[in-house]
Design a protein around this ligand. Structure first.
Ligand SMILES: [Zn+2]
Ligand SMILES: [Zn+2]
Length: 396
């Protein structure tokens, strides 16, 4: 068994304690002050150089110096959900819950910092630990934690960056090590279809935005089917439709609203979706109404550098066994780690953490994971830092 995995296994009790402490005290994005204080305290105790307040509530710690530089990232934020699990370590904060495993990510990265700090033959170079706030959402300026960290220069000089995300529906210890795209560009849209309100008995005297909305919805459904390269993954979903008021059976309203989300991998498809969405919404204008369309660009797609992913997936096999890697499984979900991989070639692997036979999906009130994953993740993170430092030093 690998030395790093042995050391991570020896840390198991501490990892569980950290994870449960954070799980019981979940904090929403950009409000992770208690979590950040715990992280900073533990890292300072290891003798690392620690900076707090990165991207508002994030923590950055440095081990070693000079080049190369390898960064490891964990996200720390929870979700606005009421936990439904009756476990001793359940959330103590009403309406807030770690339902995506970021408590585990934080504990595993603290574990990796400890293992690496105590490592006698650590390769030369710097390891930068990034404890990121707010992965799940964004602030009033539309920026997420990773985006802010990148803008603040936290990734400057980094040769490679690596992260793990637990997967509550994948068997413990299985790893998905995607090469290439693994999460999508996420762009949301907010459209108002403008008509002219009038009595329901005289539609000819106004412009019915509900009629226009019907045509617009049909046109939107044609975007992916008829206007996007069939070889390229794309999704366009309408999430909400609103028009009229309660009790307004005989009223043609003045406007209708619809919102939705667009997902894609490559940037050409991303731009095509936006252009074609606008064309579909503009059907309202052709039929005598008008529209206002707002596009809010979210995080870009996460691209796992194929070379980095290949090298690290070989290491996964050494640590967790030949059969640990399971086939590439891409997602149309979003992940703001993409801001970091667009700064430095890197990868995010998914680590199976299934607890039992209950379906405990992410972002669900019964979400939970097997804590067996904690030493595995700690070892994988620490090993990735060592592997990538060595690799970066060998290459010119
Ligand atoms: Zn999540
Ligand atoms: Zn997550």
């Amino acid at each position: 068994m690998s030395v790093l995995l042995n050391e991570a296994n020896a840390l198991r009790q501490q990892l569980v304690t950290w994870r449960r402490d954070i799980h019981q005290h979940p904090e929403l994005g950009f409000r992770e002050t208690r979590t950040a204080a715990l992280v900073a305290r533990e890292l300072q105790a290891l003798g690392l150089e620690v900076m707090t307040g990165s991207a508002k509530t994030g923590v950055v710690a440095v081990l070693g110096e000079g080049s190369p530089v390898v960064a490891l990232r964990a996200d720390m934020d929870a979700l606005p959900l009421q936990e439904a699990n009756h476990v001793t370590y359940a959330s103590q904060t009403p309406g807030v819950m770690h339902a995506c495993g970021h408590d585990a990510h934080t504990a595993m990265l603290l574990g990796a910092a400890r293992v690496l700090a105590n490592m006698k033959d650590r390769p030369a170079g710097e390891i930068r630990f990034l404890f990121q706030p707010c992965e799940e959402t964004h602030d009033e300026e539309g920026k997420s934690g990773a985006q802010r960290m990148v803008e603040e220069g936290v990734l400057d000089g980094v040769d490679h960056v690596f992260a793990l995300h637990v997967d509550s529906e994948m068997e413990v210890g299985k790893v998905v090590a995607s090469k290439g795209y693994m999460t999508a560009n996420v762009d949301n849209f907010y459209a108002t279809i403008i008509g002219k309100g009038v009595h329901g008995a005289h539609p000819d005297q106004g412009v019915d935005p509900i009629f226009l909305l019907g045509q617009v919805i049909s046109a939107i459904q044609g975007v992916v089917a008829r206007r996007i390269d069939p070889i390229k993954p794309a999704v366009l979903t309408i999430g909400t439709v609103k028009a009229g008021l309660e009790g307004g059976e005989n009223v043609i309203p003045a406007e209708a609203r619809l919102t939705g989300t667009m997902r894609s991998y490559d940037s050409e498809t991303r731009e095509n979706l936006i252009t074609e969405l606008e064309r579909a919404v503009s059907v309202a204008r052709a039929l005598g109404g008008d529209y206002v369309l707002e596009i809010v660009r979210g995080c870009p797609s996460t691209y796992n550098d194929p070379d980095v992913a290949e090298v690290l997936s070989e290491r996964v096999k050494v640590l967790l066994g030949e059969n640990a890697i399971i086939p590439h499984d891409v997602s149309m979900g979003g992940e703001d780690f993409s801001f970091m991989t667009s700064k430095a070639p890197g990868a995010m692997f998914m680590l199976g953490a299934k607890l039992d036979h209950v379906q405990r999906a992410h972002h669900n009130p019964v979400f939970d994971i097997s804590e067996d994953v904690l030493p595995m993740g700690t070892a994988l993170l620490a090993d990735a830092a060592v592997t990538l430092l060595k690799r970066a030093a060998e290459r010119p």
